[in-house]
Design a protein around this ligand. Sequence first.
Ligand SMILES: Nc1ncnc2c1ncn2[C@@H]1O[C@H](COP(=O)(O)OP(=O)(O)OP(=O)(O)O)[C@@H](O)[C@H]1O
Length: 274
Amino acid sequence: MNIMTEQSVENAVGDKMSAKSNEVIKMRGDKVGVFYGEKQALFDVNLDVRLNQVTALIGPSGCGKSTFLRCLNRMNDTIDSARVTGKITLDQEDIYDKSIDVVELRARVGMVFQKPNPFPKSIYENVAYGPRIHGLAKRKADMDQIVEQSLKKAAIWNEVKDRLQEPGTGLSGGQQQRLCIARAIAVSPEVILMDEPCSALDPIATARVEELIDELRQNYTIVIVTHSMQQAARVSQRTAMFHLGYLVEEGATDKMFTNPDDKRTQDYITGRFG
Ligand SMILES: Nc1ncnc2c1ncn2[C@@H]1O[C@H](COP(=O)(O)OP(=O)(O)OP(=O)(O)O)[C@@H](O)[C@H]1O
């Protein structure tokens, strides 16, 4: 008879979890709608964001990609006319619930914007700012460590370690974007949202950031809006195609780019519209 001890059950469950960890749903959008005043920009979007995967949001201009992305950390709250309907969960918890502290939510679900936007402060301060307001470092040595680790994880440490007190705005565009990624990482987020993070970068800086996104996936869950089909294919495991405010389809990136179910996806990825 095969009697499993409590420990062996735990191990077996653990193995199954790790084998399937990329199937774990980190965030879920359930019938998400967004209105800007009277105008509805998103309709009934059901979309899962899987743990430790990169999910790419694609679709023609104005289809609602950024609007959906901003729902995931309640950045739409900052737009007066915006109203969100439906439900969005993070680890099964409703992020629009009254009990949610939005500042804490945005530390758990960080964001990197289209244009690199370092603060007009030193490189060090750009990274230290978030951990300081969240009280993550008690002593200067702890803060130094957070700054160093974050810059290392964002693959920019070697380029800036001798100039930490110089302004972040003095870096190249690609370096500034990696500094902004370090700033997002510094508060230990679980999810990182990226809104066209490479659109202001040259091809070499873009390749650098794409490589970084792939590395970050091991520790974070990433959602990226991109206009570049090549980029979506290179960096993501899942792709979601939007059109006119609707989610057209979502699936494994390989399948979406080789054998999509919907003709609109086929037309978009082959450059027939958008
Ligand atoms: N702050 C806003 N106020 C009013 N309407 C808005 C606002 N932001 C977006 N919209 C509208 O919502 C719709 C979706 O816009 P959104 O920026 O989400 O699309 P997108 O797919 O990210 O577009 P793009 O690829 O051009 O960035 C568009 O019709 C847009 O005009």
